[in-house]
Design a protein around this ligand. Structure first.
Ligand SMILES: [Ca+2]
Ligand SMILES: [Ca+2]
Length: 402
């Protein structure tokens, strides 16, 4: 006690006086015993010169801190298993961390076969944990310390020494060191698996409802309005565009949402309801979004597509629905002075859109598109488009909008 250290020894191997070898048998962790050992089971009639007089009866006050046996294996106690357990943790899950030496060996073993939502107590003997060296720097479930811990998303993972002293716990997304791990410590992990994934995972789409007419399917360039709920795999709600009564509006394929979401919204019809599960490498990655999405989270989106405005062919921001007028320049140049100003140009394009003769790419700022189109025609940048400039543009690529 005075040295603030533990006495570590094997029982029954002749490392202790006979009386102590006998007195320790049957103790459990945290048990305290007062022991009185007669001389014939201690140091006998000789004693220890200068320390223990001959024929001494020895009194010990012993608190058992920790106990393990070299034959111990990882002990697993599952105290909660969800009713549905469609997928369990396998070697190479969590971005190849399980089973390849990123975790302490005991944790590698203890996590196998767990499913999302499952809770376990995993007790790991020291030679499958931090061994004789312990860990004096900082504590994490992973070796080495890495934010990718969250691949197992171990919320509520309390790490307790067998003597019940909490030395660390981890919550998404941080690992909070509370103390050091002593040499030869048995560790007790209280694990709750929130999610896990494998780097080879893609998104998963489950369609729950399709309207009777589901023939018009979303594609790149379409403008979509949808509702969503975002949650973690264990059901924790992160964000709801349903509750807010707002829609989320994007142009599909334009990079306005994470890749997994973009993939999850393709080939969907208006009125359809889907659940899309997105692994972190197609979502918000290891970093997550501060205060909103935990690091390395597998996300579940419940989506309803409310509106779809068909986009233009790839690369186009404006198209004609029918034939283009042969006297286009003269029509745009309303006052007939041989120059088209932005105002004339904008008025003309909007009139075409309003009458259904032309179409602007949906989901973008119409004024910005028109301005860009005008700037493209105004080759010398003097703020006017001449018949000559217009013709030049016209002779160039067919790709151009006008
Ligand atoms: Ca003019
Ligand atoms: Ca010009």
């Amino acid at each position: 006690y005075d040295r603030d250290s533990t006495f570590n020894v094997f029982v029954g191997k002749g490392q202790l006086i006979t009386g102590m070898d006998q007195a320790l048998v049957g103790m459990c962790v945290n048990e305290r015993r007062f022991m009185k050992i007669p001389p014939k089971l201690a140091y006998g009639s000789e004693g220890v010169s200068g320390v223990i007089p001959p024929n001494s009866v020895l009194h010990f006050d012993v608190l058992l801190m920790d106990i393990w046996n070299s034959e111990d294996q990882v002990q697993i106690h599952t105290y909660f298993k969800p009713p549905s357990c469609p997928r369990t943790i396998q070697v190479s899950d969590f971005d190849t961390y399980v089973g390849i030496g990123w975790l302490i060996p005991g944790m590698d073993k203890g996590l196998l076969g767990m499913c999302v939502g499952e809770k376990r107590i995993i007790t790991i003997p020291p030679f499958l944990a931090y061994g004789e060296d312990g860990d004096g720097k900082s504590f994490s479930l992973l070796e080495p310390l890495s934010p990718t811990l969250i691949f197992i998303a171990v919320v509520n993972s309390n790490i307790v020494l067998l003597g019940n002293k909490v030395v660390g716990h981890s919550f998404i997304p941080h690992v909070c060191p509370l103390g050091n791990i002593p040499s030869l410590a048995v560790l007790v992990f209280d694990i709750h698996v929130i999610d896990f994934h494998n780097p080879s995972d893609s998104i998963s789409i489950t369609s729950h409802y399709k309207p009777p007419d589901c023939s018009v399917l979303s594609k790149r360039g379409d403008y979509l309005k949808y509702h969503y709920d975002a949650s973690l795999l264990d059901g924790t709600l992160l964000d709801s565009k349903w509750n807010l009564g707002k829609t989320y509006n994007i142009v599909l394929g334009s990079g306005q949402v994470v890749l997994g979401m973009d993939m999850g919204l393709r080939e969907m019809c208006v009125g359809e309801k889907r659940t899309v599960i997105i692994p972190p490498h197609l979502g918000y990655g290891e970093a997550g979004v501060d205060g909103e999405v935990p690091g390395s989270a597998v996300l579940v989106f419940d989506i309803e597509l409310l509106e779809l405005v068909a986009g233009l062919p790839e690369g186009y921001m404006f198209i004609w629905n029918g034939e283009v007028s042969p006297n286009l320049f003269e029509e745009i140049d309303k006052d007939g002075n041989g120059e088209v100003l932005l105002e004339e140009f904008s008025e003309y394009i909007h009139a075409q859109v309003a009458s259904g003769k032309g179409k602007l790419a949906p989901g973008f700022d119409a004024e910005l598109i028109v301005k860009n189109m005008f700037t493209n025609q105004d080759r010398n940048g003097d703020g006017k488009v001449t018949a000559e400039e217009f013709k030049l543009k016209d002779q160039e690529a067919k790709h151009d909008e006008l």
